[in-house]
Design a binder for this molecule. Structure first.
Ligand code: ADP
Length: 253
């Protein structure tokens, strides 16, 4: 039950005023964030819709005189509508995770990671996946979300590193932490953008990323899922090059 005490000194009145201002500022920032998100999401959705409408119009105009344009345009419409579907699914993930109150329970993370590594290798092929997992590591978490985190990070490692360089999936326990790491030998992420890549829609170097499919939502989702599973995530540089994404749980005693 909150209690309301009436301030009775100028200093207390001042403190209360300041606290109120801070609250307003935080509220404003949140609203601005939401507005930015909606505007970014609309912008991203507009591009595939424009491409789909453009190609439909092309089919209408040309179908009699040049029927050969039809298959190519249909392929394009197919691709763009799939891209839109992925984008919408990701947006839904984000908004669900925003509100999620999840049940955490004991998870055998070693087993979960080993299973994922095994099932995921064919998807990454010909790229090699090295799996290096300490046995019997348990965390409190949500199995589905933990899987989603690993798959998203493996997907990125695969997308942003060459096929002839292996990806490493590892799980280790130290005295203080449990560390789940996905390491690749791609181009890496510049230090000044290591935080930014977790922002919604952020992609490193648009020109580089543009050749690779993506919306810039994957890591924002991963960061939310990591927080919901009471862990943290950080990016470090791999040697001689590439990135390491490490999801860590602090051990309490
Ligand atoms: P997407 O891959 O859809 O663009 P993400 O949110 O998953 O979105 O990633 C954001 C950006 O971070 C990517 O566009 C890419 O520039 C960079 N990135 C993510 N993972 C890696 C990686 N393993 N190596 C290099 N860059 C990466």
């Amino acid at each position: 039950q909150p209690t309301l005490t009436v301030p009775d000194s100028p200093r207390e009145i001042n403190d209360l005023g300041q606290a109120f201002n801070e609250l307003l500022l935080a509220q404003n920032q949140r609203l601005q964030h939401e507005r930015q998100f909606i505007s970014d999401a609309s912008h991203e959705l507009r591009t595939p819709i424009a491409a789909i409408r453009g190609n439909l119009s092309l089919i209408r105009r040309r179908r009699d005189a040049h029927p050969e344009v039809i298959p190519e345009s249909l392929d394009f419409i197919d691709e763009e509508s799939l891209r839109m579907q992925h984008l919408i699914e990701n947006l839904l993930h984000l908004s669900r995770a925003d509100r999620a109150k999840i049940e955490l329970s004991d998870q055998d993370l070693s087993y979960l990671v080993l299973q994922l590594g095994e099932h995921y290798q064919p998807t990454l092929a010909p790229q090699l996946l090295q799996v290096n997992v300490d046995p019997n590591i348990h965390v409190k978490g949500n199995a589905e979300m933990l899987q989603q985190i690993v798959v998203a990070l493996l997907d990125n490692a695969h997308k942003y590193s060459p096929d002839d360089q292996p990806i490493t999936l590892s799980l280790h326990q130290t005295a203080q932490t449990i560390d789940l790491a996905i390491a690749d030998h791609g181009e890496g992420i510049p230090d000044d953008q290591k935080n930014a890549v977790f922002q919604r829609f952020y992609r490193v170097d648009q020109s580089r990323s543009q050749a690779i499919e993506g919306s810039g939502l994957g890591l924002a989702i991963v960061q939310q899922l990591v927080a919901l599973n009471q862990a943290t995530i950080k990016i470090t540089n791999n040697h001689p090059q590439g990135s390491i994404f490490t999801v860590s749980w602090q051990l309490s005693d």
